[in-house]
Design a protein around this ligand. Structure first.
Ligand SMILES: Nc1nc2c(ncn2[C@@H]2O[C@H](COP(=O)(O)OP(=O)(O)OP(=O)(O)O)[C@@H](O)[C@H]2O)c(=O)[nH]1
Ligand SMILES: [Zn+2]
Length: 212
């Protein structure tokens, strides 16, 4: 399955980057009909009191949970400024709430982002890093791709000397069903530039991320 030549769905490689869909929008009526069908498939009565509003509610919830599909990541980082700061900038413990694209069940945890600005000291507002995490998290995702998309967007817009992104998360698809290993966490990282070429820079950033 492809969208504009980019593999999506089960054929996609972990870490591949599906095409942006910023010109499209969430089809709430279609989602509502699908949730109603799901309830019927489960043998439920979508007309009973407690469920009557549920398809509309769930559709609204998914519209919010998938907003990242319709937002341009480059716009989040449009405002950059030169601060003559060429040392590490690190934001730790940015909460992440996303959904694995395999089961549409949540995975959640923390993202940590560090970068070393370029010679001009090009930086972005700290909140923009958290906005970027949100944008990529609010899509059907895999943790590996989420991690590298954040690193690649920062690399594209800030042209920094290096970027490191670490995400620690728990996947409910591994906790509440299937293998049922609640509490196990997955760590993914994406390193670019100097953090890839210099093991000492990488080690320093990682020890700060881990609070050592
Ligand atoms: N690498 C990676 N795997 C993920 C992520 N989220 C979910 N998965 C895995 O995706 C896989 C899907 O495997 P399948 O065998 O197609 O589906 P399944 O039969 O429901 O698998 P089980 O979860 O093992 O029951 C599972 O192993 C999940 O743990 C993610 O972010 N990254
Ligand atoms: Zn899953």
């Amino acid at each position: 399955m492809t969208r504009e030549g980019v593999p999506i769905g089960p054929d996609a490689e972990f870490g591949s980057d599906p095409a942006e869909m910023v010109d499209e929008h969430f089809d709430r009526a279609r989602a509502e009909a699908a949730i109603r069908e799901l309830l019927l498939a489960a043998g439920e009565d979508p007309e009973r009191d407690g469920l009557r509003e549920t398809p509309a509610r769930v559709a609204r919830a998914y519209e919010e949970l998938f907003t990242g599909l319709y937002t341009d990541p480059d716009q989040v980082l449009d405002r950059t400024f030169d601060e003559a700061h060429e040392e590490l900038v690190l934001v730790r413990d940015i909460p992440v709430y996303s959904q694995c694209e395999h089961h549409l069940l949540p995975f959640h945890g923390m993202a940590h982002i560090g970068y070393i600005p370029n010679e001009q000291g090009r930086v972005t507002g700290l909140s923009k890093l958290a906005r970027l995490v949100d944008l990529y998290a609010k899509r059907p995702q895999v943790q590996e791709r989420l991690t590298s998309q954040i690193a690649d967007a920062l690399t594209r817009k800030l042209e920094p000397r290096g970027v490191i992104v670490v995400v620690d998360a728990e996947h409910l698809c591994m906790g509440m069903r299937g293998i049922r290993k609640a509490g196990s966490t997955t760590t993914t990282s994406a390193v670019r530039g100097i953090f890839r070429s210099s093991s000492s820079s990488r080690a320093e950033a990682l020890s700060l991320i881990r609070g050592k």
